[in-house]
Design a binder for this molecule. Structure first.
Ligand code: HEC
Ligand code: HEC
Length: 316
């Protein structure tokens, strides 16, 4: 009876710690970040903005909403898209800190409202305008806001992207286009310069390595630090953290220089699948092995029980 009381007291305090104290401490030390379900309407940006910037951001996102309601003409948008390709062409080299990403799947990868905001002002759209105290024209894509400024032109080029650059994309393409210009994936043998080729001669391998280091130095100078390798991030961070971080890095890491990447829900799922694939390559094998192992355990239990019964039968 005494033991039972001691057990009761120990169990009570353990559960109190587990369900009471720990969650409370956690909620005080890390504020919970709500997911916005890949809706980009500036709500969080306006809340987080300093007093001087609040009105500007309100007006900015209100305009985005107005443009989103216009009917875009994809055919007319093609000509404007030519201007985008001036920077986003195949084989582009570093421009102000990063290599402009391929836009081959931009219509599927990014959210429509986000694309509108990005063309209006890339620094405000990606929530890094705090890095540009003298105006956001100095953002490496900043000049687009003067090149394409008419609301109808913006609606047209976004309609073009949605109509012509929305083909199915693989998990790897999603990662490369959305994250690869900044983040390497060591375990997938890719760097900020893309997939690392295999070289026959050591000399060529070293020459490539130097190019990678130079590219990383440029990214580092732009971002303030080298963005981390993401090979193992799927294991290091929770699903909730990753989703809300990509949606709005500022919400989890105030002041960070990582820009928001305005992914659509589908785009995020593909990126996430790639992070899982590289970070945890044996996951599919484990998933297949699971039912077999459990089946074996059940079978073994039955056999063990039958064996025990047969041994004891004569003794009873
Ligand atoms: C002056 C060169 C330039 C022009 C013109 C330009 N871009 Fe960009 N774009 C960039 C650079 C550089 C980046 C990478 C910026 C970064 O990572 O900070 C970028 C990034 C992007 C991204 C990724 C954004 C994100 O949040 O990850 C998209 C999408 C994009 N551009 C679309 C467009 C479209 C559409 C146009 C034409 C309407 C366009 N760009 C015109 C240079 C340009
Ligand atoms: C323009 C460059 C850039 C792009 C594009 C970019 N990131 Fe980042 N990322 C950074 C930088 C810089 C950091 C370091 C942030 C810091 O420590 O302040 C970072 C950090 C991270 C972290 C680490 C957070 C932590 O502390 O654990 C994750 C996760 C991440 N990025 C995911 C992504 C994903 C996924 C994508 C593509 C959807 C992406 N990033 C695209 C620049 C970028």
């Amino acid at each position: 009876m005494k033991e039972l009381k001691i057990f009761g007291v120990v169990a009570f305090f353990t559960l109190l710690l587990y369900w009471g104290v720990e969650p409370y401490a956690h909620s005080q030390m890390h504020k919970h970040v709500e997911s916005h379900n890949f809706v980009y309407d500036g709500t969080a940006d306006i809340e987080e903005a300093s007093k001087e910037k609040q009105e500007m951001k309100k007006a900015f996102w209100a305009e985005v909403k107005t443009i989103a309601a216009l009917k875009g003409d994809a055919v007319a948008g093609e000509a404007t898209f030519g201007m985008c390709m001036g920077c986003h062409m195949d084989g582009a080299t570093n421009m102000g800190g990063v290599i402009p990403p391929s836009l081959d799947h931009a219509g599927a990868l990014y959210d429509k409202n986000y694309l509108i905001a990005l063309i209006k002002d890339p620094a405000i759209a990606s929530n890094v305008d705090h890095k540009y105290p003298n105006g956001t024209m100095t953002h490496p894509m900043g000049s687009i806001s003067s090149m394409v400024s008419e609301p109808q032109d913006i609606a047209n080029v976004v309609a073009y992207l949605q109509a012509n650059k929305s083909a199915e994309l693989t998990a790897k393409e999603a990662f490369t286009e959305a994250c690869g210009r900044c983040h390497a994936m060591r375990y997938a043998k890719s760097t900020q310069l893309g997939d690392t080729p295999s070289f026959k001669f050591e000399k060529d391998a070293l020459a490539h390595k130097i190019k990678v280091i130079e590219e990383q130095d440029a990214v580092k100078a732009y971002m303030g630090k080298l963005p981390p390798d993401l090979s193992m991030i799927a294991r290091a961070r929770s699903a909730h953290f990753l989703e809300t971080f990509v949606e709005n890095p500022q919400s989890q890491l105030a002041g960070t220089s990582m820009p928001r990447v305005g992914l659509s829900e589908k785009g995020y799922e593909e990126v996430r699948a790639y992070l899982d694939e590289i970070g945890d390559p044996s996951k599919p094998a484990r998933a297949i092995a699971g039912p077999w192992v459990i089946g074996f355990m059940i079978l073994f239990t039955i056999l063990a029980y039958l064996w025990k019964s047969s041994l004891w039968r004569d003794l009873h």
